[in-house]
Design a binder for this molecule. Structure first.
Ligand SMILES: [Zn+2]
Ligand SMILES: [Zn+2]
Ligand SMILES: [Zn+2]
Length: 135
């Protein structure tokens, strides 16, 4: 709980009950979670509050988006290098084909890729499929 308050304070966010609950849930989960997961777990919160809180967390560099091949957007907690000025989540994500969970592999950076002339990259989303440690 202490950590949650600190994270919010460091980003100049008031610690409202919903922010604390959502952040606690995100931190307790080592896998990326979808909006629907938050909604199911914290069923007393309404959709709009969850939606707003997640986008505030994104803006403030607390969480980042992880795109899944199913089209569902998932969110994972950022490393300490991220803040409201920008994200630095240039790491790969791993999707397990057995448990279907996605996790951040913070220790592995997205490799530099040489694009043909005229192509300007904006961001990358590097998803590796395989079987995770637990499966
Ligand atoms: Zn980030
Ligand atoms: Zn797995
Ligand atoms: Zn990540």
């Amino acid at each position: 709980m202490q950590e949650v308050q600190q994270i919010l304070k460091a980003r100049n966010l008031r610690s409202t009950q919903s922010r604390k609950e959502i952040l606690t849930y995100l931190l307790s989960n080592k896998y990326a979670v979808a909006h629907a997961d938050v909604e199911k777990t914290l069923s007393e919160l309404d959709r709009v509050t969850i939606y707003r809180t997640l986008s505030t967390f994104m803006e403030k560099g607390i969480i980042h988006q992880v795109s899944d091949d199913t089209g569902a957007t998932k969110y994972a907690v950022c490393s300490h290098q991220c803040d409201s000025l920008g994200h630095h989540d240039e790491h790969v994500h791993f999707k397990c084909v057995k448990c279907e969970q996605i996790q951040c592999i913070d220790t592995v950076e997205i490799p530099d890729i040489d694009l043909p002339e005229g192509f300007r990259p904006l961001y990358s989303n590097y998803l590796i499929y395989g079987v995770c440690k637990e499966c």
